[in-house]
Design a protein around this ligand. Structure first.
Ligand SMILES: [Zn+2]
Length: 487
Protein backbone atom coordinates (compact mmCIF):
# COMPACT_ATOMS: atom_id res chain seq x y z
CA UNK A 1 0.00 0.00 0.00
CA UNK A 2 1.14 3.53 -0.60
CA UNK A 3 0.13 6.64 1.31
CA UNK A 4 -3.51 7.59 0.87
CA UNK A 5 -4.90 10.83 2.30
CA UNK A 6 -8.45 11.97 2.85
CA UNK A 7 -9.58 14.42 0.22
CA UNK A 8 -12.26 16.92 1.26
CA UNK A 9 -13.57 17.38 -2.22
CA UNK A 10 -14.19 13.77 -3.20
CA UNK A 11 -14.80 12.77 0.46
CA UNK A 12 -12.62 9.69 -0.07
CA UNK A 13 -9.01 8.71 0.48
CA UNK A 14 -6.87 9.39 -2.52
CA UNK A 15 -3.34 8.29 -3.40
CA UNK A 16 -0.81 10.89 -2.32
CA UNK A 17 1.34 12.21 -5.12
CA UNK A 18 3.56 15.23 -4.49
CA UNK A 19 3.13 18.25 -6.76
CA UNK A 20 6.94 18.48 -7.16
CA UNK A 21 8.78 15.14 -7.18
CA UNK A 22 10.46 14.38 -3.86
CA UNK A 23 9.27 17.59 -2.23
CA UNK A 24 6.36 18.43 0.04
CA UNK A 25 5.06 21.88 0.96
CA UNK A 26 3.08 22.03 4.18
CA UNK A 27 1.40 25.09 5.65
CA UNK A 28 -0.07 24.96 9.14
CA UNK A 29 -2.37 27.66 10.47
CA UNK A 30 -0.62 28.75 13.62
CA UNK A 31 -1.96 30.45 16.70
CA UNK A 32 -3.56 33.81 17.06
CA UNK A 33 -1.38 34.81 19.97
CA UNK A 34 -3.72 36.82 22.19
CA UNK A 35 -3.53 34.19 24.91
CA UNK A 36 -1.56 31.25 26.25
CA UNK A 37 -1.61 28.06 24.16
CA UNK A 38 -4.12 25.45 25.29
CA UNK A 39 -4.27 21.73 24.67
CA UNK A 40 -6.61 22.13 21.70
CA UNK A 41 -4.10 24.38 19.95
CA UNK A 42 -1.21 22.04 20.62
CA UNK A 43 -3.16 19.02 19.32
CA UNK A 44 -3.12 20.53 15.82
CA UNK A 45 0.65 21.01 15.98
CA UNK A 46 1.34 17.53 17.40
CA UNK A 47 -0.80 16.00 14.62
CA UNK A 48 0.97 17.98 11.88
CA UNK A 49 4.35 17.09 13.40
CA UNK A 50 3.51 13.37 13.22
CA UNK A 51 2.42 13.84 9.59
CA UNK A 52 5.58 15.71 8.70
CA UNK A 53 7.74 13.06 10.39
CA UNK A 54 6.00 10.34 8.38
CA UNK A 55 6.45 12.21 5.11
CA UNK A 56 10.14 12.62 5.95
CA UNK A 57 10.34 8.92 6.76
CA UNK A 58 8.99 8.27 3.26
CA UNK A 59 11.90 10.29 1.90
CA UNK A 60 10.22 13.61 1.07
CA UNK A 61 11.99 16.89 1.69
CA UNK A 62 9.28 18.71 3.63
CA UNK A 63 9.06 22.49 3.91
CA UNK A 64 6.92 23.27 6.95
CA UNK A 65 5.59 26.83 7.27
CA UNK A 66 3.55 27.86 10.29
CA UNK A 67 2.39 31.41 10.88
CA UNK A 68 1.62 33.40 13.98
CA UNK A 69 -1.27 35.83 13.79
CA UNK A 70 0.39 38.60 15.76
CA UNK A 71 -2.17 41.33 15.07
CA UNK A 72 -5.88 40.87 15.56
CA UNK A 73 -8.83 42.52 17.36
CA UNK A 74 -8.42 40.31 20.44
CA UNK A 75 -4.70 41.08 20.72
CA UNK A 76 -5.45 44.79 20.47
CA UNK A 77 -8.08 44.54 23.24
CA UNK A 78 -5.73 42.57 25.47
CA UNK A 79 -2.85 45.01 24.93
CA UNK A 80 -5.14 47.95 25.73
CA UNK A 81 -6.29 46.23 28.95
CA UNK A 82 -2.68 45.72 30.00
CA UNK A 83 -1.59 49.14 28.77
CA UNK A 84 1.20 47.67 26.63
CA UNK A 85 2.10 47.56 22.95
CA UNK A 86 0.36 44.73 21.09
CA UNK A 87 3.78 43.20 20.34
CA UNK A 88 4.35 42.59 24.05
CA UNK A 89 1.23 40.41 24.20
CA UNK A 90 1.95 38.53 20.98
CA UNK A 91 5.66 37.92 21.68
CA UNK A 92 4.92 36.60 25.17
CA UNK A 93 2.56 33.97 23.77
CA UNK A 94 4.83 33.13 20.84
CA UNK A 95 7.59 32.39 23.36
CA UNK A 96 5.22 30.14 25.30
CA UNK A 97 4.27 28.33 22.11
CA UNK A 98 7.92 27.53 21.38
CA UNK A 99 8.49 26.28 24.92
CA UNK A 100 5.49 23.92 24.85
CA UNK A 101 6.28 22.76 21.31
CA UNK A 102 9.73 21.72 22.50
CA UNK A 103 8.24 19.93 25.53
CA UNK A 104 5.88 18.06 23.22
CA UNK A 105 8.71 17.01 20.91
CA UNK A 106 7.30 18.98 17.97
CA UNK A 107 9.99 19.64 15.38
CA UNK A 108 10.42 23.35 14.66
CA UNK A 109 8.85 24.60 11.44
CA UNK A 110 11.26 25.85 8.79
CA UNK A 111 9.57 29.24 8.83
CA UNK A 112 7.33 31.06 11.31
CA UNK A 113 6.09 34.08 9.34
CA UNK A 114 4.39 36.91 11.23
CA UNK A 115 1.53 38.92 9.77
CA UNK A 116 3.15 42.20 10.74
CA UNK A 117 6.27 41.30 8.72
CA UNK A 118 4.18 40.80 5.56
CA UNK A 119 2.02 43.91 5.30
CA UNK A 120 3.40 45.04 1.86
CA UNK A 121 2.77 41.57 0.38
CA UNK A 122 -0.72 41.49 1.90
CA UNK A 123 -1.56 44.92 0.51
CA UNK A 124 -0.29 43.87 -2.94
CA UNK A 125 -2.34 40.66 -2.86
CA UNK A 126 -5.50 42.57 -1.90
CA UNK A 127 -4.83 45.15 -4.62
CA UNK A 128 -4.63 42.27 -7.11
CA UNK A 129 -8.03 40.98 -5.99
CA UNK A 130 -9.52 44.48 -6.28
CA UNK A 131 -8.07 44.84 -9.79
CA UNK A 132 -9.78 41.59 -10.83
CA UNK A 133 -13.04 42.76 -9.24
CA UNK A 134 -13.00 39.89 -6.72
CA UNK A 135 -12.79 42.54 -3.99
CA UNK A 136 -13.94 46.12 -3.45
CA UNK A 137 -13.04 48.99 -1.16
CA UNK A 138 -15.78 50.44 0.96
CA UNK A 139 -15.49 52.98 3.74
CA UNK A 140 -11.79 52.37 4.40
CA UNK A 141 -12.31 48.57 4.46
CA UNK A 142 -11.81 46.10 1.63
CA UNK A 143 -14.13 43.12 1.22
CA UNK A 144 -13.90 39.93 -0.78
CA UNK A 145 -16.85 39.52 -3.13
CA UNK A 146 -17.91 35.94 -2.32
CA UNK A 147 -20.29 35.63 -5.27
CA UNK A 148 -17.51 36.48 -7.69
CA UNK A 149 -16.12 32.95 -7.27
CA UNK A 150 -18.37 30.14 -8.44
CA UNK A 151 -16.63 27.48 -6.39
CA UNK A 152 -17.14 29.19 -3.03
CA UNK A 153 -18.34 26.56 -0.53
CA UNK A 154 -16.69 23.56 -2.20
CA UNK A 155 -14.36 22.86 0.73
CA UNK A 156 -16.94 22.93 3.50
CA UNK A 157 -19.67 21.43 1.31
CA UNK A 158 -21.94 24.47 1.63
CA UNK A 159 -23.87 26.35 -0.96
CA UNK A 160 -23.86 30.14 -0.93
CA UNK A 161 -27.63 30.30 -1.15
CA UNK A 162 -27.92 28.29 2.08
CA UNK A 163 -25.45 30.56 3.86
CA UNK A 164 -27.48 33.71 3.38
CA UNK A 165 -29.86 33.19 6.27
CA UNK A 166 -27.06 32.75 8.80
CA UNK A 167 -25.17 35.95 8.15
CA UNK A 168 -25.93 39.60 8.56
CA UNK A 169 -24.08 42.84 8.11
CA UNK A 170 -22.70 44.00 11.47
CA UNK A 171 -22.86 47.62 12.53
CA UNK A 172 -19.84 49.46 11.12
CA UNK A 173 -19.39 47.11 8.17
CA UNK A 174 -19.87 48.43 4.68
CA UNK A 175 -20.41 45.20 2.74
CA UNK A 176 -22.38 44.92 -0.46
CA UNK A 177 -23.45 41.38 0.42
CA UNK A 178 -23.67 39.85 3.94
CA UNK A 179 -21.54 36.90 2.72
CA UNK A 180 -18.59 39.11 1.81
CA UNK A 181 -15.71 39.12 4.26
CA UNK A 182 -13.04 41.65 5.21
CA UNK A 183 -9.60 41.60 3.60
CA UNK A 184 -8.58 44.93 5.12
CA UNK A 185 -10.05 46.76 8.11
CA UNK A 186 -9.64 50.47 8.72
CA UNK A 187 -7.90 51.27 12.00
CA UNK A 188 -9.55 53.54 14.54
CA UNK A 189 -7.49 56.41 15.96
CA UNK A 190 -4.96 55.06 18.46
CA UNK A 191 -5.14 51.50 17.10
CA UNK A 192 -2.18 49.82 15.43
CA UNK A 193 -2.33 50.30 11.68
CA UNK A 194 -0.39 50.44 8.45
CA UNK A 195 -0.74 52.69 5.42
CA UNK A 196 -2.48 51.27 2.38
CA UNK A 197 -4.19 52.53 -0.80
CA UNK A 198 -7.45 52.36 1.22
CA UNK A 199 -6.16 54.31 4.21
CA UNK A 200 -4.60 53.29 7.50
CA UNK A 201 -5.68 49.84 8.65
CA UNK A 202 -4.75 46.22 9.23
CA UNK A 203 -5.33 42.93 7.41
CA UNK A 204 -8.41 40.78 7.98
CA UNK A 205 -7.66 37.37 9.43
CA UNK A 206 -7.96 35.09 6.38
CA UNK A 207 -5.83 36.99 3.90
CA UNK A 208 -2.55 36.54 5.81
CA UNK A 209 -2.58 32.75 5.32
CA UNK A 210 -3.20 33.03 1.56
CA UNK A 211 -0.35 35.51 1.23
CA UNK A 212 2.22 33.77 3.43
CA UNK A 213 1.45 30.24 2.23
CA UNK A 214 1.73 31.14 -1.45
CA UNK A 215 4.78 33.34 -0.85
CA UNK A 216 6.79 30.52 0.71
CA UNK A 217 5.27 27.40 -0.88
CA UNK A 218 4.06 28.64 -4.26
CA UNK A 219 0.43 29.02 -5.41
CA UNK A 220 -0.29 25.28 -5.36
CA UNK A 221 1.16 23.17 -2.56
CA UNK A 222 0.62 19.76 -0.98
CA UNK A 223 -0.71 20.00 2.57
CA UNK A 224 -2.52 22.56 4.68
CA UNK A 225 -3.21 21.82 8.34
CA UNK A 226 -5.36 23.31 11.06
CA UNK A 227 -8.17 22.48 13.46
CA UNK A 228 -11.57 21.30 12.22
CA UNK A 229 -12.99 24.60 13.48
CA UNK A 230 -10.94 26.45 10.86
CA UNK A 231 -12.56 24.64 7.93
CA UNK A 232 -15.27 27.25 7.68
CA UNK A 233 -15.00 30.13 7.21
CA UNK A 234 -11.21 30.48 7.52
CA UNK A 235 -10.04 27.84 5.05
CA UNK A 236 -12.97 28.29 2.68
CA UNK A 237 -12.06 31.98 2.53
CA UNK A 238 -8.37 31.20 2.10
CA UNK A 239 -9.22 29.03 -0.90
CA UNK A 240 -11.39 31.72 -2.45
CA UNK A 241 -8.76 34.46 -2.02
CA UNK A 242 -5.88 32.28 -3.19
CA UNK A 243 -7.56 30.74 -6.23
CA UNK A 244 -8.89 34.12 -7.34
CA UNK A 245 -5.61 35.87 -6.60
CA UNK A 246 -3.24 33.42 -8.29
CA UNK A 247 -5.59 31.92 -10.87
CA UNK A 248 -4.32 28.48 -9.84
CA UNK A 249 -5.33 25.63 -7.57
CA UNK A 250 -4.43 26.18 -3.93
CA UNK A 251 -4.10 23.13 -1.65
CA UNK A 252 -3.84 19.49 -2.65
CA UNK A 253 -4.77 17.90 0.72
CA UNK A 254 -6.33 19.51 3.79
CA UNK A 255 -5.38 18.12 7.18
CA UNK A 256 -8.13 19.07 9.61
CA UNK A 257 -7.61 17.66 13.06
CA UNK A 258 -10.60 16.88 15.29
CA UNK A 259 -11.48 18.88 18.38
CA UNK A 260 -11.12 17.96 22.03
CA UNK A 261 -14.30 17.25 23.92
CA UNK A 262 -14.84 17.12 27.68
CA UNK A 263 -17.69 14.72 28.22
CA UNK A 264 -19.78 15.62 25.20
CA UNK A 265 -19.08 19.32 25.01
CA UNK A 266 -16.35 21.03 23.05
CA UNK A 267 -13.63 22.39 25.30
CA UNK A 268 -13.62 26.08 25.92
CA UNK A 269 -11.84 28.53 28.15
CA UNK A 270 -14.57 28.21 30.78
CA UNK A 271 -13.29 24.73 31.56
CA UNK A 272 -10.63 26.47 33.57
CA UNK A 273 -7.39 24.96 34.67
CA UNK A 274 -7.34 21.76 32.78
CA UNK A 275 -7.11 23.55 29.53
CA UNK A 276 -4.07 25.81 29.56
CA UNK A 277 -1.10 23.83 28.26
CA UNK A 278 1.10 24.94 31.15
CA UNK A 279 -1.38 23.56 33.70
CA UNK A 280 -1.69 20.22 31.93
CA UNK A 281 2.09 19.95 31.62
CA UNK A 282 2.34 20.55 35.38
CA UNK A 283 0.23 17.45 35.96
CA UNK A 284 1.28 15.05 33.22
CA UNK A 285 4.60 14.30 31.53
CA UNK A 286 4.78 15.86 28.06
CA UNK A 287 5.39 12.40 26.52
CA UNK A 288 2.12 11.12 27.95
CA UNK A 289 0.19 14.11 26.59
CA UNK A 290 1.70 13.60 23.14
CA UNK A 291 1.03 9.85 23.27
CA UNK A 292 -2.55 10.56 24.31
CA UNK A 293 -3.10 12.97 21.42
CA UNK A 294 -1.65 10.53 18.87
CA UNK A 295 -3.57 7.55 20.20
CA UNK A 296 -6.61 8.51 18.13
CA UNK A 297 -6.94 9.24 14.43
CA UNK A 298 -6.03 12.91 14.10
CA UNK A 299 -9.25 13.70 12.26
CA UNK A 300 -11.46 12.23 14.97
CA UNK A 301 -12.93 14.02 17.92
CA UNK A 302 -11.00 13.31 21.11
CA UNK A 303 -12.59 12.53 24.44
CA UNK A 304 -10.42 14.57 26.76
CA UNK A 305 -10.05 14.75 30.53
CA UNK A 306 -7.80 13.85 33.45
CA UNK A 307 -9.09 10.28 33.58
CA UNK A 308 -8.32 9.79 29.86
CA UNK A 309 -4.81 11.17 30.38
CA UNK A 310 -4.24 8.85 33.32
CA UNK A 311 -5.25 5.88 31.18
CA UNK A 312 -2.89 7.09 28.47
CA UNK A 313 -0.13 7.35 31.06
CA UNK A 314 -0.64 3.71 32.10
CA UNK A 315 -0.68 2.56 28.45
CA UNK A 316 2.44 4.60 27.66
CA UNK A 317 4.26 2.96 30.60
CA UNK A 318 3.20 -0.50 29.33
CA UNK A 319 4.71 0.31 25.97
CA UNK A 320 7.91 1.58 27.59
CA UNK A 321 8.19 -1.55 29.75
CA UNK A 322 7.92 -3.66 26.60
CA UNK A 323 10.70 -1.71 24.87
CA UNK A 324 12.84 -1.79 28.04
CA UNK A 325 12.47 -5.58 28.43
CA UNK A 326 13.51 -6.03 24.82
CA UNK A 327 16.59 -3.85 25.40
CA UNK A 328 17.46 -5.90 28.50
CA UNK A 329 17.05 -9.18 26.66
CA UNK A 330 19.25 -8.09 23.77
CA UNK A 331 21.92 -7.06 26.28
CA UNK A 332 21.49 -10.12 28.50
CA UNK A 333 24.55 -11.94 27.23
CA UNK A 334 22.58 -15.14 26.52
CA UNK A 335 24.15 -17.22 23.76
CA UNK A 336 22.49 -16.29 20.45
CA UNK A 337 20.89 -18.98 18.34
CA UNK A 338 23.40 -19.55 15.47
CA UNK A 339 22.85 -17.26 12.53
CA UNK A 340 20.45 -18.58 9.94
CA UNK A 341 18.67 -20.71 12.53
CA UNK A 342 15.67 -19.89 14.68
CA UNK A 343 14.26 -21.60 17.75
CA UNK A 344 10.56 -22.49 17.75
CA UNK A 345 9.60 -19.35 19.74
CA UNK A 346 12.03 -17.36 17.58
CA UNK A 347 10.25 -18.47 14.42
CA UNK A 348 6.89 -17.41 15.86
CA UNK A 349 8.38 -14.06 16.86
CA UNK A 350 9.90 -13.48 13.42
CA UNK A 351 6.49 -13.98 11.85
CA UNK A 352 4.84 -11.70 14.41
CA UNK A 353 7.37 -8.88 13.90
CA UNK A 354 6.79 -8.97 10.12
CA UNK A 355 3.05 -8.80 10.68
CA UNK A 356 3.24 -5.89 13.16
CA UNK A 357 5.58 -3.99 10.84
CA UNK A 358 3.09 -4.47 8.01
CA UNK A 359 0.24 -3.28 10.29
CA UNK A 360 2.20 -0.28 11.53
CA UNK A 361 2.93 1.06 8.05
CA UNK A 362 -0.48 0.13 6.65
CA UNK A 363 -2.02 2.29 9.38
CA UNK A 364 0.31 5.23 8.66
CA UNK A 365 -0.42 4.90 4.94
CA UNK A 366 -4.12 5.03 5.74
CA UNK A 367 -4.47 8.79 6.17
CA UNK A 368 -1.77 8.94 8.89
CA UNK A 369 -3.64 6.70 11.32
CA UNK A 370 -1.25 6.98 14.25
CA UNK A 371 -3.75 5.20 16.54
CA UNK A 372 -3.64 2.10 14.34
CA UNK A 373 0.15 2.32 14.26
CA UNK A 374 0.32 2.49 18.06
CA UNK A 375 -2.01 -0.53 18.17
CA UNK A 376 0.55 -2.48 16.12
CA UNK A 377 3.26 -1.57 18.66
CA UNK A 378 1.15 -2.96 21.50
CA UNK A 379 0.68 -6.12 19.44
CA UNK A 380 4.45 -6.38 19.18
CA UNK A 381 4.85 -5.91 22.96
CA UNK A 382 2.37 -8.77 23.54
CA UNK A 383 4.23 -11.09 21.18
CA UNK A 384 7.57 -10.18 22.74
CA UNK A 385 6.11 -11.11 26.14
CA UNK A 386 5.01 -14.44 24.68
CA UNK A 387 8.48 -14.99 23.31
CA UNK A 388 9.94 -14.23 26.75
CA UNK A 389 7.62 -16.76 28.35
CA UNK A 390 8.30 -19.48 25.76
CA UNK A 391 12.03 -18.93 25.29
CA UNK A 392 12.99 -18.54 28.95
CA UNK A 393 16.25 -16.81 29.86
CA UNK A 394 18.56 -19.04 27.82
CA UNK A 395 17.51 -18.41 24.23
CA UNK A 396 18.36 -15.38 22.16
CA UNK A 397 17.00 -15.28 18.61
CA UNK A 398 19.00 -12.21 17.63
CA UNK A 399 17.43 -11.83 14.15
CA UNK A 400 13.79 -11.23 15.10
CA UNK A 401 14.77 -9.41 18.31
CA UNK A 402 16.87 -6.97 16.25
CA UNK A 403 13.98 -6.51 13.82
CA UNK A 404 11.62 -5.77 16.70
CA UNK A 405 14.13 -3.22 18.05
CA UNK A 406 14.44 -1.62 14.62
CA UNK A 407 10.65 -1.31 14.34
CA UNK A 408 10.46 0.45 17.72
CA UNK A 409 13.20 2.80 16.54
CA UNK A 410 11.37 3.69 13.32
CA UNK A 411 8.09 4.05 15.19
CA UNK A 412 9.72 6.43 17.66
CA UNK A 413 11.18 8.55 14.85
CA UNK A 414 7.73 8.81 13.21
CA UNK A 415 5.56 9.23 16.30
CA UNK A 416 8.10 11.13 18.42
CA UNK A 417 7.32 8.96 21.44
CA UNK A 418 10.21 10.33 23.50
CA UNK A 419 12.47 13.35 23.11
CA UNK A 420 15.49 11.14 23.76
CA UNK A 421 14.37 8.39 21.36
CA UNK A 422 14.79 4.75 22.35
CA UNK A 423 17.24 5.72 25.10
CA UNK A 424 14.49 7.80 26.69
CA UNK A 425 11.89 5.10 26.17
CA UNK A 426 14.00 2.48 27.91
CA UNK A 427 15.11 4.68 30.82
CA UNK A 428 13.32 3.98 34.08
CA UNK A 429 11.36 7.09 34.92
CA UNK A 430 10.51 8.26 38.41
CA UNK A 431 6.74 8.04 38.79
CA UNK A 432 5.19 11.47 38.51
CA UNK A 433 2.86 12.42 41.35
CA UNK A 434 0.53 15.28 40.40
CA UNK A 435 0.52 18.38 42.59
CA UNK A 436 -3.15 17.82 43.45
CA UNK A 437 -2.26 14.44 44.99
CA UNK A 438 0.68 15.90 46.91
CA UNK A 439 -1.65 18.59 48.29
CA UNK A 440 -4.11 15.94 49.50
CA UNK A 441 -1.26 14.02 51.12
CA UNK A 442 -0.10 17.16 52.95
CA UNK A 443 -3.66 17.78 54.12
CA UNK A 444 -3.79 14.19 55.36
CA UNK A 445 -0.50 14.61 57.25
CA UNK A 446 -1.99 17.65 58.97
CA UNK A 447 -5.15 15.69 59.86
CA UNK A 448 -3.03 12.90 61.35
CA UNK A 449 -0.97 15.40 63.33
CA UNK A 450 -4.14 16.66 64.99
CA UNK A 451 -5.31 13.01 65.43
CA UNK A 452 -8.35 13.51 63.19
CA UNK A 453 -8.39 9.91 61.94
CA UNK A 454 -11.74 10.20 60.15
CA UNK A 455 -10.49 13.11 58.05
CA UNK A 456 -7.21 11.28 57.36
CA UNK A 457 -9.07 8.19 56.17
CA UNK A 458 -11.31 10.30 53.94
CA UNK A 459 -8.26 11.92 52.36
CA UNK A 460 -6.62 8.52 51.84
CA UNK A 461 -9.75 7.43 49.95
CA UNK A 462 -9.62 10.57 47.81
CA UNK A 463 -5.96 9.91 47.00
CA UNK A 464 -6.85 6.31 46.07
CA UNK A 465 -9.59 7.57 43.75
CA UNK A 466 -6.89 9.49 41.87
CA UNK A 467 -4.90 6.29 41.40
CA UNK A 468 -2.30 6.69 44.19
CA UNK A 469 -1.55 5.01 47.51
CA UNK A 470 -0.14 6.66 50.57
CA UNK A 471 2.16 4.84 52.99
CA UNK A 472 3.16 6.06 56.43
CA UNK A 473 6.74 5.46 57.47
CA UNK A 474 8.98 6.72 60.22
CA UNK A 475 10.06 9.67 58.07
CA UNK A 476 6.52 10.75 57.18
CA UNK A 477 4.13 9.68 54.44
CA UNK A 478 5.06 8.74 50.88
CA UNK A 479 2.79 8.72 47.84
CA UNK A 480 3.21 6.42 44.87
CA UNK A 481 1.06 5.28 41.97
CA UNK A 482 -1.27 2.38 42.80
CA UNK A 483 0.07 -0.86 41.31
CA UNK A 484 0.26 -0.27 37.57
CA UNK A 485 -1.93 -2.43 35.35
CA UNK A 486 -0.57 -5.78 34.20
CA UNK A 487 0.66 -6.18 30.63
ZN1 LIG B 1 -4.77 30.31 8.64
Amino acid sequence: MALHVYDHVTRTRRLFEPIRPGKVGMYVCGMTVQDKPHVGHMFAFVACDMIRRYLEHLGYAVTHVQNFTDIDDKIIVKAAQEGVDFRVVSQRNIDLYHRYAEDLNIRPAHLYPLVTDHIPEIVAFIAGLVAKDHAYASGGDVYFRVRSWDEYGFLSGRHVDDMRSGVRIEVGEAKQDPLDFALWKSAAAGEPGWDSPWGRGRPGWHIECSVMATKYLGPHFDFHGGGRDLLFPHHENECAQSCCGTGQKYVNFWLHNGLLFLGDKKMSKSDGNFFAMGDVLAQFPAEVIRFFLLNAHFRSQIDYGEERLREAGAAYERLRRGVRRLAERRASGAAPVPEGLLSGPGEALAKAVREHRRRFFAAMDDDFNSAGAIGALFGLVRDLNQYDAAAGAELLDAGPLDEAWALFGEADAILGLHRDGLAGLTAVAEPVVPQAVLDLAAERDAARARRDWAAADGLRAKIAELGFTVEDGPGGSAVRPAAAGAD
